[in-house]
Every structure is written in structure tokens, then in C-alpha cells.
Design a protein around this ligand. Structure first.
Ligand SMILES: *[C@@H]1O[C@H](CO)[C@@H](O)[C@H](O)[C@H]1NC(C)=O
Length: 285
């Protein structure tokens, strides 16, 4: 008995702990200042920026997955951020058209697997009129380099009704692409901007269609009536089958009435029309 108990206990504690550690990471949904944001429609996105460093060029790739960690590539020759990373910066030196074999710099921010760096901070951005401009998400990273500079990445999700946020970035990372590099200040604070309609505050009337659980009365009514009719037919058929040994159409309860239904309806309509016409003069029934 003993081993089973301890096993289920550890399983239970895992299940209990799991939501706590995963809740902290940025899963694409956030709430700040009472406003809810949902970025789960956005997919992993990268932007490449070139910095001239005569005689070579430093090319930095900034990748962000707003809905979870960046999936690791199977190719282990490829440079990548550690498992669990949400924002990844990889820089490589190019000499003419030849890249170095290895990356010069790999920095990860917002590691969902690390207790310390998993929890981002959210700040809502508003203009003077309190209109929502977007959401500011700060991801924390490790201390990096000789100077042990504490790394962080600020991703500003900016409200832009024209862009879904999935638009392909221009090659040089400029222009009106959705994801944009702003700066990497003091070699410790990376700032990216992501323009998307998902960063806009939902206006009333733009709320999503009612989901399950908020079915209207009418839907319920139809369902109940349908179930009642089905139950009646099934039970009635079963009853006729057992009691009278009925087969075929005779199985249906009130099969006589059902067969006569067209005539009954016709008759009813004729009477109704007669009553209506007759209400002016004679009563004809
Ligand atoms: C975004 O948040 C960081 C702190 O997390 C703050 O330093 C920065 O000023 C904020 N930016 C804006 C535009 O609100």
C-alpha cells in the first residue's frame, strides 16, 4: 500500500504545483489595470537587425514567442537560446558574405522554466485622454557578460487597428512591419515594438460571439423540445412493439393521428379561414 500512497501523493503535489509555475509565464493573455489583452493569435516572430562594425557586420536576430517558450530546433549545430526562452537574441559576425561559425552573443529573456525569470511585468500604456495605447511587457533575463549586466527585454505591444501583428517583417527590420527593434540600451535593456490590433482595448459591441455556457433561451428551448419529441417517439415505439407487436409505421405512437395529420391541418386551416371571413357577416362553422 505504501508505495502507491506516496506515488499518488507526489502526483498530487505535481498537479497542484504545475498551474502555479505555468501561470506565471506570459502565455499570451494578460490583464493590466482592469483591461484584458489576448495575444494568443500572434505567432512566433523574428526581426533581424544589422549593426556595422567595420570591417565586419554584426547581425542580430530577435525572436519572440508571445504564447510560450520558443521551440528548440532539432539541429544541434544551430545556435539557440536555452529551453524555456520566450525572447531570444542571437548575434553573429559576418565578414563580407561569410558568417562566423558560432554566434558572438546569445541572450535569453523570460525563461518559463526558470523560477526567477519566468514572471514578466505588465504595464498598460495610455495617452493623456486615458485611451489605451497598448501593453508594456517586461521579460527578465540573466546577468550577462564580464560586467554582469542584468538583462531585460521590454516588448511594447502597440494598438494598431490596421495590423494583425502577423505581417512579415522587412528584411532589414525597418518599415511598417509588425515587429520592430527599437534599441538595446546599455547592453542590457532590449526594447521591441509589436504593432497589432490585439493590443487595442476592446470596444463595446466588439465582444466575441457568445460561447458555450451562455446559450440563449431559444437554443435551450429547441434542444428541450427536440429531446422530448425524441424520447416520446422512442418510448412510444418501444411500447407499441412490446404491447401490440407493432411493426413498421405502426410502431410510431399515435400512428393513426400522424397519418391523418395533413388532413387535420388542412381542416383546421379551412375552419380558421372561414371563421376569419365569417367574422364580418355570417358565422359559418
Ligand atoms: C515599460 O515598463 C518598464 C518597467 O517594467 C518601464 O521601465 C518602462 O518605462 C515602461 N515603458 C512604457 C512606455 O510604459
Amino acid at each position: 500500500m505504501r508505495p502507491t500512497t506516496s506515488l499518488s501523493l507526489s502526483l498530487l503535489s505535481t498537479l497542484l504545483l504545475l498551474p502555479i509555475s505555468t501561470l506565471a509565464a506570459f502565455t499570451g493573455e494578460a490583464e493590466a489595470d482592469g483591461v484584458k489583452f489576448d495575444f494568443t493569435q500572434l505567432k512566433i516572430h523574428s526581426v533581424v537587425v544589422e549593426h556595422k562594425q567595420d570591417p565586419s557586420v554584426l547581425k542580430s536576430t530577435y525572436t519572440i514567442n508571445p504564447a510560450g517558450k520558443i521551440e528548440l530546433s532539432k539541429d544541434d549545430k544551430e545556435d539557440q537560446c536555452p529551453d524555456g526562452t520566450q525572447v531570444c537574441m542571437i548575434s553573429r559576425l559576418w565578414h563580407g558574405d561569410k558568417p562566423d561559425e558560432h554566434a558572438a552573443q546569445i541572450i535569453s529573456f523570460g525563461n518559463v522554466e526558470s523560477a526567477k525569470d519566468s514572471e514578466p511585468e505588465y504595464t498598460i500604456m495610455r495617452d493623456e485622454d486615458k485611451k489605451v495605447l497598448g501593453l508594456n511587457v517586461t521579460f527578465h533575463g540573466p546577468e550577462y557578460g564580464d560586467k554582469k549586466l542584468k538583462q531585460s527585454a521590454i516588448v511594447k505591444f502597440l494598438c494598431d487597428q490596421e495590423l494583425t501583428g502577423l505581417e512579415e517583417p522587412d528584411k532589414d527590420g525597418k518599415g511598417t512591419n509588425a515587429l520592430k527593434f527599437v534599441d538595446y540600451e546599455g547592453e542590457q535593456t532590449l526594447t521591441l515594438e509589436w504593432r497589432t490590433k490585439y493590443a487595442c482595448e476592446k470596444v463595446l459591441g466588439e465582444t466575441p460571439a457568445p460561447s458555450q455556457g451562455s446559450w440563449g433561451f431559444f437554443t435551450w428551448f429547441i434542444v428541450v423540445v427536440f429531446l422530448a419529441v425524441a424520447a416520446y417517439l422512442i418510448f412510444g415505439s418501444w411500447f407499441n412493439y412490446n404491447k401490440y407487436g407493432a411493426r413498421g409505421w405502426d410502431l410510431l405512437p399515435h400512428s393513426d393521428t400522424l397519418r391523418d395529420l395533413p388532413y387535420l391541418i388542412k381542416d383546421f386551416l379551412r375552419r380558421a379561414v372561414n371563421t376569419f371571413q365569417g367574422s364580418g357577416g355570417r358565422v359559418q362553422l
